[in-house]
Write a protein that binds this ligand. Structure first.
Ligand SMILES: Nc1nc2c(ncn2[C@@H]2O[C@H](COP(=O)(O)OP(=O)(O)O)[C@@H](O)[C@H]2O)c(=O)[nH]1
Ligand SMILES: [Mg+2]
Length: 427
């Protein structure tokens, strides 16, 4: 690094962390630009390594010339262009930040709303990581305690009671489920809200999709089975991205194409944040509506919001027969559509306003869910009696491993490579 700066800026001793205004010249001594040059000495830099930062005037050609000049000067030292995310990856490998914070850098750059920016910044500050670490410390302490108890088998029951082991497992489970809720909101902030329109054929799913999207994105006919595949369209409600997914109508069928479409509908339901279950208020397809419900029910994730929508209320006299919490609409006349949008906004708002949120990714949710599963296996049990000490210790260890993946302590190299390759160049 010293060689490079000496050739680029001869006769100039750079003071670390000091902005110098210096000419950048090509190999013939011709001026390319005057730039601000800052030297960061290891370990006080973003990556933890010695860094020479050159801030030039913008412009593709100019920056290309400066880059080429740098590469030429640094060739003998193996200077090369950085891979996408390499600066942040080096920062992570040099313990300048953990993996969740590194991901927050990419999320901060990509954030699509003010609340997503704030949440990413909180993750970058380490708020998410601290909560993970705190649970990990609890897991570790409890495991150490149980393992110590294994070494004194004759007194094990006293040890377990004295150490409040069962209570502490319950406390950890509680903390994990709180973390899971915040992380779920964080995922919505990052990725938007996924709203799936599902129901029997011909109840008006595609019509509602077009109305919410304000354009004809899906084909509407009175022929059942018109929509055969998922159709996605993103709208924005109060700054939050809402990914609408129209789906094939749910019913038992022997048609091969429809069967595939229906399986795709159910996959969409599994990944939804909100499922709008549409029914037709005129009850024309009452039987197939029951059928649709029976297909959906087993595929609903825990915690997914579920709204009953009665469409075509223009076809029934007076107030339609419907469940008390259902929303009555008519795509045809527009009645009830505003109320539905308000309802969606309210749900989106819940995830939008919560102070103290941090951005989370599907990967994080998966790790937390796995940690929860391990704890669930021993919570509610009596450690040392209905569940063995060795099993309890092992489940605590596995839960800790799962959480460790979030902050990059127990993450495989392949996964790390995949995470950083999604960063943009220069970060
Ligand atoms: N009367 C009435 N007809 C509707 C309404 N919404 C949709 N339809 C009609 O119902 C039929 C099926 O609509 P479509 O959106 O294709 O249903 P999908 O199969 O659930 O996607 C079409 O002929 C629509 O024009 C409504 O609110 N009132
Ligand atoms: Mg349709």
């Amino acid at each position: 690094m010293n060689n490079i700066s000496h050739v680029l800026f001869p006769n100039k001793t750079l003071t670390p962390r000091h902005a110098h205004l210096l000419p950048v010249k090509d190999e013939h001594g011709n001026l390319i630009d005057k730039a601000i040059v800052i030297l960061f000495m290891a370990p006080s830099s973003y990556t933890g390594e010695t860094v020479l930062e050159i801030q030039a005037h913008g412009g593709q050609a100019l920056l290309q010339l400066i880059l080429e000049r740098c590469l030429q000067v640094g060739k003998s030292e193996g200077l090369r262009l950085a891979a996408p995310g390499e600066f942040t990856q080096r920062a992570f490998l040099n313990n300048r930040m953990d993996l969740a914070q590194a991901e927050a850098v990419a999320d901060l750059i990509e954030a699509g709303s003010a609340s997503a920016v704030r949440a990413a910044a909180r993750s970058l500050q380490g708020e998410f990581s601290r909560r993970i670490q705190s649970i990990n410390t609890d897991l570790l302490e409890l495991r150490a305690y149980i393992e110590a108890t294994i070494d004194f088998p004759e007194e094990e029951i006293d040890f377990i009671e004295e150490g409040r082991v069962n209570e502490r497992v319950a406390e950890i489970e509680n903390k994990l489920s709180q973390l899971q809720q915040v992380a779920m909101r964080g995922k919505v902030l990052r990725e938007g809200l996924t709203v799936v329109l599902a129901g029997a054929p011909n109840v008006g799913k595609s019509s509602l999709m077009n109305t919410l999207a304000c354009e004809d994105v899906a084909i509407v006919t009175d022929i059942a089975g018109t929509t055969r595949d998922r159709i996605a369209h993103t709208i924005h409600l109060d700054g939050l991205a809402v990914n609408l997914i129209d789906t094939a109508g749910l019913h038992h069928t022997n048609d091969k194409v429809e069967q595939i479409g229906i399986e795709r509908t159910l996959e969409a339901v599994e990944n939804a944040d909100i499922v709008l279950l549409l029914k037709s208020a005129d009850q024309k397809e009452a039987e197939s509506q029951e059928e649709a419900m029976s297909l959906i029910q087993p595929r609903l994730r825990e915690g997914v919001q579920f709204l009953h929508i009665f469409n075509k209320i223009d076809l029934v006299e007076g107030s339609a027969q419907k469940e008390s919490d259902a929303i009555g609409i008519s795509v045809k006349t527009g009645e009830g559509i505003d109320a539905l949008i308000q309802r969606l906004k309210a749900i989106a708002g819940e995830s939008d306003n919560a102070e103290g949120d941090f951005l989370a990714r599907a990967r994080h949710l998966d790790c937390i869910a796995r940690a929860c599963e391990h704890i669930r296996l021993i919570s509610g049990e009596c450690v040392g009696k209905t569940v063995g000490l060795d099993i309890a210790a092992e489940e605590l260890r596995l839960a800790g491993m799962a959480l460790g993946e979030i902050v990059g302590k127990t993450t495989s190299d392949d996964l790390l490579g995949m995470i950083f390759s999604k960063f943009c160049i220069g970060k």
